[in-house]
Design a protein around this ligand. Structure first.
Ligand SMILES: Cc1cc2nc3c(=O)[nH]c(=O)nc-3n(C[C@H](O)[C@H](O)[C@H](O)COP(=O)(O)OP(=O)(O)OC[C@H]3O[C@@H](n4cnc5c(N)ncnc54)[C@H](O)[C@@H]3O)c2cc1C
Length: 528
C-alpha cells in the first residue's frame, strides 16, 4: 500500500510528538511507531527535564555542567543552543499549563541529580514526568495527525537524485510505502542491544541502522551510558530506580548497609553515572549485592509512586528501606549525525532525539538533558522544515542493488549477552576483538535484500548493524573517556580530544569535527 503525505515521523516519543505539534499546523503529518503509542523511553522517563528556570541558576552553569559530565567531547554551539533555547521553550511550557510539581507558593519544585551544580530538574507526578509530558502532547495533537501503531520502519526510500523521499514499514497491515517531502527519524536509542537495560525491548537502534544503510553518516557509537540503578530481581533488570531517588537522599549500600560511594568521589551518590555505575559493577563482580537505602527519604511512596509500584510488583518490601539495584545500559550518546535542526547528511532525512548525534551529550550525557533535547531540537527542526516548505518534485525511486541473503546471525539473546559481557561499562581490546569476530561483516549486513524478511529478522539485522558500529568504534578509541572504562587504556588521552569516530559510506573515519567542513585532519580506514 502506498501513502503520500507531507511529513512522515518515525517514532512516538517526545522528539516525535514535539515536532508533530508544530508541523501539523502547516503540513499533513503521519506518525509511524513500532509498538503502542506509549511504548517509548520518553514515556518511561522518571527523573525529569533539566532546564534553567530559577533565579539562582544560569545558562552558563548548565552549559558548564553538561560539558564537564560529557568530558568536553561536544559540539559546543549545539550545547549552548540546547540549554539557552531549551530554557525558553520549557519556560513557555510552564506558562501554558504543563502540570509539573510545584511548591505551595506556586514555584516549580526543582530536583537535583548527579553532576548538576544546581537544583534544576522539573518533574511531574513525582516520578511520572515522561508519562505526564507525553500525555500532555498527545492531548494537544489534532486528530488530523494520523498515528499508525505497530508498524516498524525498516528501509528508507531514495529518489534518483539520492534524496530521501520515503520509508518502507511492515506491520499488522502488511508492507506500506510512505512518500513524503520530509522524513524524520525519532526512533530513540539502542539500550535493548544489552541483556540488562532500562529501555523497552523495542529500543534496538533501528533508526541508526536504516539511516546508515541508506548512506547517512553516524558517529560516537562507542559511547553507551550505563545507569547505576536498575531494579534487580530474579537475576533480571525490572525497570529504573531514578537518580532523583538519590537526589532525595537515597544512598548506595552493600548488604551490611555500608555506603559504597564513601571515599570514592566528592559528590558521593550523585557522582557522574560512570563513576557510580563502575563502583556498583566492581562490588557485584566481587559477588556482593548492591542496594539503594531509602530509609532517609520521607514520603517515598508519594514522591516516587512509579518506583514504589515497581517495587510492589516485584515483591520488594519498602519497609526495610533497601531496593536491590544493578547497572545496565541506558542511553546512547552516539547516533545519526545531525545538527540542531535535525538535518542529516542525507537530503530531506532528519534525525532528532536519542537517535541523533548532535554533539550535545559528549562522551557522557548529563542526567535529564535528553528530554530537553527532544523538546528543544524537535521544535527547532520543525521550525526549519516549516520554513523550507514543500519542495520535492522527484519521487522516482532509485532501486536498491542489495542482493545478499540474510547471513547467519547470533540469536537476540546471544547478542544481548555478548554486548553486556564484551561491550559493557568495563571493556578491553581483546574481548572486543573477540566479540567483533562473532559478527558478520558490515559488507554482508548492509547489502542484505530485505524483501520477504519477517519483522523479527529485520530487527535482528538492525541490531547486528548497530552492534557492529559500536564495537568497531569502541576498539578504535584507544582511551577511556566518559561513559565506559577500558581496562587496557584506562586514561583520557590528549590525542583523542575532539576526535570523532564517524561511519559514512562504508568507511570509518576519525575526524576532528562531527561535521564535514572541518575534515582536513581526517583519516579514513576501510571497515569492509
Ligand atoms: C527508564 C528510563 C528513564 C529515563 N528518565 C529520563 C529522565 O528522567 N530525564 C531525561 O531527560 N531522560 C530520561 N531518559 C532518557 C530519555 O527518556 C530518552 O533519551 C528520550 O525520551 C528519547 O526520546 P526520543 O523521542 O528520542 O525516543 P523514544 O522516547 O525512545 O521514542 C522512540 C520511538 O520510536 C519508536 N521506534 C523505534 N524503532 C522504530 C521503527 N523501526 N519503526 C517505527 N517506530 C520505531 C519507538 O517505538 C518509540 O515510539 C530515561 C530513559 C529511560 C529508558
Amino acid at each position: 500500500m502506498d501513502v503520500m503525505t507531507d511529513v512522515v515521523i518515525i517514532g512516538s516519543g517526545i522528539a516525535a510528538l514535539q515536532a508533530a505539534l508544530l508541523l501539523e499546523k502547516h503540513f499533513q503529518v503521519q506518525i509511524v511507531t513500532k509498538s503502542a503509542v506509549h511504548v517509548s523511553s520518553s514515556y518511561r522517563a522518571q527523573g525529569g527535564v533539566a532546564a534553567v528556570t530559577s533565579e539562582e541558576d544560569h545558562v552558563e552553569y548548565h552549559v558548564a555542567d553538561t560539558l564537564k559530565a560529557g568530558e568536553y567531547h561536544h559540539e559546543k554551539g549545539h550545547v549552548e543552543a540546547l540549554i539557552q533555547d531549551g530554557a525558553k521553550i520549557i519556560n513557555n511550557y510552564l506558562k501554558s499549563g504543563l502540570p509539573i510539581d510545584r511548591h505551595s507558593n506556586g514555584k516549580p519544585a526543582l530536583g537535583l541529580e548527579g553532576a548538576h551544580s544546581h537544583h534544576r530538574i522539573l518533574h511531574a507526578g513525582g516520578d511520572r514526568t515522561g508519562q505526564i509530558f507525553i500525555d500532555y502532547l498527545l492531548h494537544k495533537l489534532s486528530p488530523k495527525t494520523k498515528i499508525n501503531c505497530y508498524e516498524m520502519a525498516y528501509e528508507l526510500l531514495l529518489n534518483t537524485d539520492g534524496d530521501c523521499v520515503g520509508v518502507l514499514t511492515k506491520g499488522r497491515h502488511g508492507i506500506k510505502r510512505y512518500f513524503a517531502h520530509h522524513i524524520i527519524l525519532a526512533t530513540g536509542g539502542a539500550g535493548a542491544l544489552y541483556s540488562c537495560t532500562s529501555n523497552y525491548p523495542t529500543n534496538t537502534g533501528d533508526g541508526i541502522a536504516l539511516a546508515f544503510r541508506a548512506g547517512a553518516a553516524v558517529s560516537d557509537m562507542e559511547f553507551m551510558q550505563f545507569h547505576p540503578s536498575l531494579l534487580w530481581c530474579e537475576n533480571k533488570a525490572k525497570g529504573l530506580v531514578s537518580e532523583a531517588v538519590r537526589g532525595a537522599g537515597g544512598i548506595f549500600v552493600d548488604a551490611q548497609r555500608h555506603s559504597i560511594m564513601k571515599g570514592l568521589h566528592a559528590q558521593l551518590d550523585l557522582a557522574p553515572r560512570h563513576i557510580t555505575a563502575l563502583a556498583l559493577y566492581h562490588k557485584r563482580a566481587a559477588g556482593e549485592e548492591t542496594f539503594i537505602d531509602i530509609a532517609g527519604i520521607n514520603n517515598f511512596r508519594t514522591r516516587f509512586p512509579t518506583i514504589a509500584q515497581l517495587c510492589d510488583d516485584n515483591q520488594i518490601d519498602l519497609q526495610n528501606g533497601l531496593i536491590p539495584v544493578a547497572p545496565g545500559s541506558h542511553f546512547l550518546m552516539g547516533g545519526i549525525i545531525a545538527d540542531d535542526k535535525g538535518r542529516t547528511t542525507l537530503a530531506n532525512l532528519y534525525a532528532v532525539g536519542e537517535v541523533a548525534c548532535t554533539g550535545v551529550h559528549g562522551a557522557n550525557r548529563l542526567a535529564s538533558n535528553s528530554l530537553l533535547e527532544g523538546i528543544t531540537f524537535g521544535q527547532k527542526m520543525a521550525q526549519f522544515i516549516i520554513q523550507k516548505g514543500y519542495h520535492q518534485k522527484n519521487f522516482i525511486l532509485h532501486h536498491s542493488k542489495c542482493s545478499n541473503t540474510l547471513p547467519s546471525l547470533l540469536s537476540k539473546e546471544q547478542l544481548q549477552q555478548q554486548m553486556m559481557q564484551f561491550l559493557g561499562i568495563v571493556r578491553n581490546n581483546e574481548d572486543m576483538q573477540h566479540f567483533a569476530q562473532q559478527l558478520p561483516s558490515l559488507q554482508l549486513l548492509l547489502h542484505v535484500h530485505l524483501q520477504g524478511l519477517e519483522q523479527a529478522e529485520l530487527e535482528l539485522l538492525m541490531m547486528h548493524i548497530v552492534a557492529t558500529l559500536m564495537v568497531h568504534a569502541a576498539i578504535t578509541r584507544t582511551e577511556t573517556r566518559g561513559a565506559h572504562i577500558r581496562t587496557d587504556q584506562p586514561k583520557i588521552e590528549a590525542q583523542w580530544a575532539n576526535r570523532w569516530i564517524i561511519f559514512s559510506q562504508g568507511q570509518m573515519k576519525v575526524r576532528n569535527s562531527l561535521y564535514e567542513y572541518h575534515q582536513a585532519r581526517g583519516n579514513a580506514q576501510a571497515i569492509f
